[in-house]
Design a protein around this ligand. Structure first.
Ligand code: IFM
Length: 441
């Protein structure tokens, strides 16, 4: 390989990603209610103080700059900002503003997500996503967020992984609000697109210009039985609905979903056309789809076909799919940001290799003309992993969940070496043999 093939350009951004509920601690919202109702995989688990980023944020900014990061992704917690409908908390707004200013002062470009899965507890009772009132509720909240972002040159993400919210919260009922209804899923999806447009209007009104996108969880889909026409059809329809419908709506203004027997919609959303400046890609793994002859007609699984070993959360380590996903978003003709990519590696040994193989795909995508501008590792810190609770460890820094002490994993050195030299160096050690997920948990 030539030197260029291993080099990131000088303006390529290396950064780290977090979300409010997973790291801050002390938040009362719909997820806190969900936990109290015993709806996580282990019913006694609570997020609680999370990893206390709310009080340790300055230390955490230092951890990020120590590994050479120049961007830091956070999310704003709607429940802190608007704990009761229509009442905005001046103390929380001031606290967020101070955090963002300090972040910027330390040379970290703020990447700010307005919505990362969580809602104030009142939201689902008063203005749930399947009702039109949700759009104005989000607009009012976004207006306050816009005030926080003045003068920061932030990269802004309206929604993190809206398809995960919809599938988990509206189709399967596994996460808040716990609805399982295909028609309501589509109403909610339409309103999420409208809410994105409303937030854009508020951001533009306040800031004059904005770099706005969504973070889309992007899966590399494959047929479970390569020869089976229905598995292959599911891959086509699934990739279109899951990976592309949102991006497409925000680029063309047309929202199109066609999952026969599950959920479908065809609607044009005013203002949605050209409503993003970049495409946000969160990439983790590949999923195999199999047709089953009963609702919901799809079975979904992770497989370890090449014997690389599943990651500790049970996902396939499939860097090749990262390139596939990046090539697919080239069609939108917009800059691309990797807003998340990472591995649950509880022993902390596989992460350097994972970073190496995935960053190699980012370089390959750039060589093929995909305009990837930045890479944000998920996550700076081990944190609260939603339904999975405290088992998974995605952090560059290991966190002792009792003492909250942060300790570098071997991936910190590797990340720093690449981020500061801008060269895709080889990791110091070979990838260890994959651990068995069951043993690691
Ligand atoms: O922890 C999550 C994050 O909140 C959204 N993207 C995937 C991560 C790992 O599951």
């Amino acid at each position: 390989m030539s030197t260029d093939a291993l080099t990131f350009p000088a303006d390529f951004t290396f950064g780290v990603a977090t979300s409010s509920y997973q790291v801050e601690g002390g938040i009362e919202n719909d997820w806190a209610e969900w936990e109290r109702a015993g709806k996580l995989k282990e019913p006694d688990v609570r997020c609680g103080r999370a990893v206390d980023h709310w009080h340790r944020y300055e230390e955490d900014y230092g951890l990020a700059t120590d590994v050479g990061a120049t961007a830091f992704r956070i999310s704003l917690e709607w429940a802190r900002i608007e704990p009761e409908r229509g009442r905005y908390d001046a103390v929380a707004l001031e606290a967020y503003r101070e955090r963002l200013l300090k972040m910027k002062a330390r040379g970290l470009r703020p990447v700010v997500t307005l919505h990362h899965f969580t809602h104030p507890a009142w939201f689902h009772r008063e203005t749930p996503w399947h009702q039109p009132a949700s759009v104005d509720a989000f607009r009012q909240y976004a207006r306050r967020c816009a005030e926080l972002l003045e003068g920061l040159d932030a990269l802004v993400i309206s929604f993190n992984e809206p398809m995960v919210l919809l599938l988990g919260g509206y189709l399967q009922g596994a996460i808040p609000p716990g609805i399982a209804d295909g028609a309501l899923t589509m109403r909610a999806m339409e309103n999420l697109v409208r809410a994105h447009v409303a937030s854009r209007e508020e951001l533009l009104a306040r800031l004059g210009r904005v770099e706005l996108g969504i973070s889309q969880n992007t899966l590399a889909f494959a047929p479970d039985r390569w020869w089976h026409p229905l598995d292959r059809a599911l891959v086509r329809l699934g990739a279109q609905a899951y990976n592309h419908a949102f991006h497409e709506a925000l680029v063309t203004g047309k929202l199109r979903v066609n999952m026969p027997g599950v959920a479908s919609t065809r609607v044009d959303i005013p203002g949605a056309r050209d409503s993003v400046e970049f495409i946000g890609v969160n990439y983790y793994t590949r999923a195999h789809l199999r047709f089953v002859p009963r609702p919901p007609f799809i079975e979904f699984k992770y497989r370890d076909i090449l014997g690389r070993g599943l990651t500790d959360i049970g996902w396939e380590d499939w860097p090749e799919g990262f390139l596939q996903s990046l090539r697919e978003v080239k069609r939108y003709g917009l800059p691309v940001w990797i807003t998340e990519n990472g591995i649950d590696d509880r022993a902390g040994e596989r992460r350097p290799h994972y970073l190496h193989t995935h960053l190699a795909q980012v370089l390959a995508a750039r060589r093929l003309g995909v305009d990837v501008r930045g890479y944000l590792y998920w996550s700076l810190l081990d944190n609260f992993e939603w339904l999975e609770g405290w088992g998974p460890r995605f952090g560059l820094y290991h966190v002792d969940f009792d003492t909250l002490e942060r300790r570098p994993t071997p991936a910190c050195d590797y990340f720093r070496a690449v981020a500061t030299s801008r060269r895709l160096v080889a990791p110091a050690t070979q990838a260890p043999l994959a651990s068995q997920p069951s043993a690691a948990r």
